[in-house]
Design a protein around this ligand. Structure first.
Ligand code: NAD
Length: 457
């Protein structure tokens, strides 16, 4: 089937009204849940083949996140689909208003390769709960997961509520030429711009989930061993290929040696003395990314890890003490010039929390900001003087699993948010429906001639 035919079929299914009723929405969500649960072993195998993602990590960061999102959507479905009463000002009385959440239509979901299942199906849960049909474009760089989803979807959605188009730039470009009612894109800022330009042609609204350099601050008063353990977990999960991974960590110069030792202990605790032998440590997705990461280490002051093997695309959990102080396109240290998106953590020494705030504010607004401190004052300093998609204190990554919180970026890290109620908001149109009975025609007062009312009416 051609791409235009796929999209027009998805539109026909939407226009038939088959996905609108609360029971149809619930049936779609249950089909999605069954698709995942019935095929857990195949999903785990695909994630292992694509990213060396172990079963535990696959459950925690991919399968579990999507199942939680589906459960949340199902629990709240009846309440959210019920029309709410809307307020009507006295001047319009007698009248009644309702607020109706209506689906948008056909939604395109474009996913990246790093969490190839979660970032495709998590938005889908919200899209289906809101009564839309969907076209999914998985990442061609996670080919096993892409092929599996393409094979499973027609079996679990025989009515054509969800369709899959596999492929890379060429197919995505053709998809983007079609008219959609909303586009959810997760990926890089560069492609985000392409998506937004294409969407503008059809005035299609977009949710852009992008990336960037998410900073972490470890204060002098932070409990170092605990902070280090949480930092390395957040950084080296999925071999650092996580949009909300801490990209670099700032601390004061005196604290650097102790932080390095704490990070070393934490890495050994989580992945053993030889992470390469650990079934829980991932691999870099492809050789292109591997070469880019290894080149970033050229001339760097590597204090932990650094071992690498191109044949396996293995790059050890690596910590570097950065000579640079500025972060952004003009930074002297190449590690501080672009999003790292791999298992390399630079430590940047700055004099104080205030200076760390300046470093953050010097460039694009990040997707996440992590602060490790026991001082309420320092927490407030970062919350109030920086802007980011989210702030997490004393941990990393966990906000992604908080289904009730909005997940998204701000500025260069994205626009719009989803998850739980925010997916509902993003993929529905809140339509006010007003009725003013013809009897008791008070609208006459608002119609000319305005004799006797002066100019205030
Ligand atoms: P990418 O932007 O290269 O690709 C994303 C998707 O866009 C893929 O499906 C790909 O096929 C498609 N695509 C690529 N080039 C295209 C083009 N020229 N025209 C049209 N479509 C194109 O991103 P990636 O490398 O898959 O993922 C890494 C990036 O994604 C990082 O920047 C990361 O921070 C970001 N990311 C963000 C989130 C989030 O939730 N905010 C999550 C994961 C990844």
């Amino acid at each position: 089937m051609t791409i235009p035919a796929v999209v027009s079929d998805a539109r026909k299914v939407f226009e038939s009204g088959a996905t609108r009723s609360p029971s149809a929405r619930a049936a779609s969500l249950r089909a999605l849940r069954a698709m995942i649960i019935d095929n857990e072993a195949a999903i785990e195998a695909a994630l292992w083949a694509d990213l060396h993602k172990g079963a535990g990590e696959a459950q925690l960061t991919e399968i579990g996140v999507v199942l939680a999102e589906i459960g949340h959507a199902l629990r709240h479905l009846r309440r959210r689909t019920r029309p709410r009463r809307g307020p009507v000002p006295l001047a319009l009385w007698p009248a009644r208003a309702r607020l109706v959440s209506e689906p948008l239509g056909v939604v395109l979901v474009i996913a990246p390769w790093n969490y190839p299942l979660q970032l495709l199906l998590d938005p889908l849960a919200g899209v289906l709960a809101a009564g839309n049909t969907a076209v999914l474009k998985p990442s061609e760089l996670a080919p096993e997961t892409s092929a599996l989803v393409a094979r499973l979807v027609p079996a679990y959605f025989p009515g054509g509520e969800v369709r899959v188009v596999e492929g890379g730039v060429e197919e995505t470009t053709e998809l983007l030429a079609q008219r959609f009612d909303h586009i959810v894109f997760t990926g890089s800022g560069a492609v985000g711009r392409i998506v937004m330009r294409a969407a503008a042609e059809h005035l299609t609204p977009v949710t852009l989930e992008l990336g960037g350099k998410s900073p972490a601050w470890v204060d002098d008063d932070a409990r170092l061993d605990q902070a280090a353990r949480r930092l390395v977990w957040a950084k080296f999960t999925n071999a650092g290929q996580t949009c909300v991974a801490p990209d670099y960590v700032m601390t004061t110069p005196d604290r650097v040696p102790a932080l390095v030792e704490a990070l070393r202990r934490a890495i050994a605790d989580l992945w053993g003395d030889d992470p390469r032998a650990s079934g829980d440590y991932g691999r870099v997705v492809n050789e292109r990314q591997f070469d880019r990461l290894v080149a970033l280490l050229d001339g760097a002051d590597v204090v932990i890890g650094g071992e690498h093997d191109r044949a396996e695309r293995y790059l050890a959990p690596t910590v570097v003490v950065s000579g640079g102080r500025a972060v952004g396109p003009d930074a002297t240290d190449p590690l501080l010039r672009e999003e790292i998106f791999g298992p390399v953590l630079p430590i940047v020494a700055v004099e104080s929390a205030e200076q760390a705030v300046d470093v953050v504010n010097n460039w694009d607004k990040p997707l996440a900001l992590y602060v490790f401190t026991s001082s309420a004052r320092t927490r407030k300093l970062f919350e109030q003087r920086t802007s980011s998609g989210a702030v997490v204190h004393d941990a990393g990554l966990i906000h992604v699993a908080a289904t009730g919180l909005p997940f998204g970026g701000v500025g260069a890290s994205g626009m719009g948010a989803y998850h739980g109620p925010y997916s509902w908001r993003a993929f529905s149109h809140l339509k006010p429906v007003l009725r003013k009975p013809l009897a008791l025609d008070t609208l006459r007062l608002a119609q000319p001639p305005f004799t006797g009312f002066g100019s205030r009416l």
